[in-house]
Write a protein that binds this ligand. Structure first.
Ligand SMILES: Nc1ncnc2c1ncn2[C@@H]1O[C@H](COP(=O)(O)OP(=O)(O)OP(=O)(O)O)[C@@H](O)[C@H]1O
Ligand SMILES: [Mg+2]
Length: 270
């Protein structure tokens, strides 16, 4: 019988990743079927087809009402629903589709996977943690563990800098992890000891992330567009989604350049 793998999954608001330990015990991120190391946490429903990742994100301009993104922001709120072509999905359903895709892509490269550890923000409630684990089980995993994102980051930091397994590390240390993600901002003090790694204190905002930077930029551009052309780009779902993708690109450009240009198109104006 072939051995089955255990994987670690970072189920993010905007991007998700999956990794496993190779035969040397080193963590390796598994590329998705398109060769990308992270998969956009975006799900598109096209008739009976469910499309996850970059293709879904790309299609979000043309078919904004078939695409669901940022589901993690609503994790644990089972009443929250997206209705697409008469079918209704809650945040656990959307996360299940993302996990299914990550797992099926990874299985093609590394073989059978039955167990996973999925990361959640330190400030996630029990209900939010349970919803995440439930999504993992529904995605076909036999066993799901949940780990705090800052604990995973601290482990990576220590293993990366010390280059040895944490059970071999004698000294305890306290590490501050600052994680400004797509949807959440988490600041945690993580205590690292010989046989345990735990969150000692945690703060931040479960509803603050890169998405909010984007939303502020979109609003500012829409205001200018309204002034120039007298029409509101944010009221049209297609124009709005096109602007959202432009803003994301421009924001990334601004990380490496002092200036960036973007295009905003709506009702014949640009
Ligand atoms: N080069 C860049 N410059 C600026 N922002 C970037 C860059 N690359 C990614 N981002 C932003 O980082 C965010 C994604 O970060 P990350 O992948 O850590 O979040 P996540 O894990 O999806 O979300 P969360 O941890 O909040 O659930 C997005 O808002 C994205 O716009
Ligand atoms: Mg994250």
């Amino acid at each position: 019988m072939l051995p089955t793998h255990a994987v670690g999954i970072d189920l993010g608001t905007t991007y998700s990743c999956i990794a496993y330990l190779n035969e040397h015990g080193e963590p390796v991120t598994v590329p998705n079927r398109d060769g990308e190391l992270s998969t956009p946490s975006v799900v598109m429903f096209d008739g009976d087809h469910v499309i996850v990742g970059t293709e879904a994100l790309r299609n979000s301009i043309r078919y904004p009402d078939r695409v669901v993104m940022h589901a993690k922001r609503f994790m644990g709120e089972s009443q929250h629903r997206w209705t697409i072509a008469g079918r209704s999905f809650n945040p656990t359903d959307i996360s299940t589709h993302i996990l299914k895709q990550l797992l099926s892509d990874a299985r093609e490269r590394i073989g059978a996977i039955e167990r996973a550890v999925i990361t959640v923000p330190a400030q996630f409630s029990d209900v939010q943690r349970q919803a995440t684990a439930e999504a993992g089980r529904r995605a076909g995993l036999k066993h799901v563990d949940i780990i705090n994102e800052p604990v995973a980051a601290a482990l990576c930091f220590v293993l990366g800098t010390e280059g040895i397994w944490f059970t071999e590390l004698a000294t305890a240390q306290t590490i501050m992890v600052v994680d400004l993600g797509g949807g959440t901002f988490d600041l945690s003090l993580v205590k690292y000891e010989k046989n345990s790694v735990s969150v000692k204190a945690s703060g931040g905002d479960l509803h603050l992330g890169g998405l909010d930077w984007n939303a502020a930029l979109e609003k500012a551009i829409a205001r200018q567009f309204q002034k120039d052309f007298g029409t509101d780009v944010l009221r049209d779902r297609e124009s709005r989604q096109a602007l959202a993708l432009e803003v994301e690109q421009a924001k990334r450009s601004l990380s490496v350049r002092p200036k960036a240009a973007l295009t905003c198109q709506h009702s014949g104006h640009r």
